[in-house]
Design a protein around this ligand. Structure first.
Ligand SMILES: Nc1ncnc2c1ncn2[C@@H]1O[C@H](COP(=O)(O)OP(=O)(O)O)[C@@H](O)[C@H]1O
Ligand SMILES: [Mg+2]
Length: 265
């Protein structure tokens, strides 16, 4: 569904943010990106909606190579959830969710914040799905807690009925309990719709709990690509055993352990 074909990114100042990334993420997969700050997680995510363009290599979504001509239409099928929620604080919860449908609304209507009935109904349904009671609809988002704001952010991201959802550290500013709630919500909403998700996280334990697949980056290179079980096998052996078993070809997960541990340090 989402493919990276030998994608590299070198920014104008010479920073090599990504080097020769090859990935094939199938439809409906909940894929978590791990890696320390500066590993290239955000760069990789923003390449999947064309906000960052590759220096070499290509990004493919649903069989189409992203290019200048098709990026606008493809972007309409890609939802985004942000670390700092990126909501408009002075606007109501309902208006923030509706703004997720802006690409479908004429400029004039958007300017006066007039949305067709079908979209308003969809926004109400989504808010109920993400667990916000009707009395929240008219409240300003600035009055909500961080967890509630991210619920609004998730509802907004699903307004477009995206085929692909990109979440850049969506729980980085939330406490551990709320983080788990938000990850569960994101996963459930995506699974119900068959939406493919690529979500960057800092916490390996959340990745293990919620991901179908975990990809770790370090210094712009892919250092692990496997299941949560494989990460646990590799990671726990490395962390808790001073005499970790030598990697063998029969146990590829162990083979990557030192790299993962380094990557996640
Ligand atoms: N617009 C930019 N211009 C120059 N360098 C950048 C830009 N954006 C990111 N970088 C650099 O690219 C590398 C990867 O950054 P990023 O993708 O933000 O990592 P992560 O999200 O894993 O923290 C870092 O070294 C960062 O400083
Ligand atoms: Mg980042």
């Amino acid at each position: 569904m989402l493919k990276f074909h030998s994608v590299s990114k070198r920014f104008d100042d010479g920073t090599q943010a990504l080097s020769t990334i090859n990935l094939d993420i199938p439809k409906g997969q909940f894929c978590v990106l791990l890696g320390p700050s500066g590993a290239g997680k955000s760069t990789l995510l923003y390449m999947a909606n064309g906000l960052v363009t590759s220096t070499t290599g290509q990004v493919e979504i649903d069989g189409k190579m992203l290019n200048r001509t098709n990026i606008k239409s493809i972007r309409q099928t890609v939802g985004m959830v942000h670390q700092q929620f990126n909501l408009t604080p002075r606007l109501s919860v309902a208006m923030n969710v509706l703004s997720g449908a802006l690409p479908f609304v004429s400029y004039l209507r958007a300017a006066v914040m007039w949305y067709p009935r079908a979209l308003r109904e969809r926004a109400c349904n989504l808010l109920a799905e993400v667990g916000l009671a009707p009395e929240h609809l008219s409240r300003r988002v600035s009055e909500l807690s961080g967890g509630q704001q991210q619920r609004v952010g998730i509802a907004r991201a699903f307004m477009l009925e995206p085929r692909l959802l990109l979440a850049d550290e969506p729980v980085a500013s939330l406490d551990p309990r709320v983080s788990r709630e938000i990850m569960a919500l994101l996963r459930d909403e995506a699974k119900r719709r068959g939406t493919t998700v690529v979500c960057s996280l800092h916490q390996p334990e959340l990745a293990v709990e919620f991901a179908d697949r975990i990809i770790a980056l370090k210094g712009g290179k892919l250092v692990f690509d496997g299941s949560p079980d494989e990460l646990v096998a590799a990671g726990l052996d490395g962390i808790y055993q001073l005499d970790a078993p030598k990697p063998t070809p029969a146990n590829p997960a162990l083979h990557v352990a030192p790299q993962i541990l380094e990557a996640l340090a």
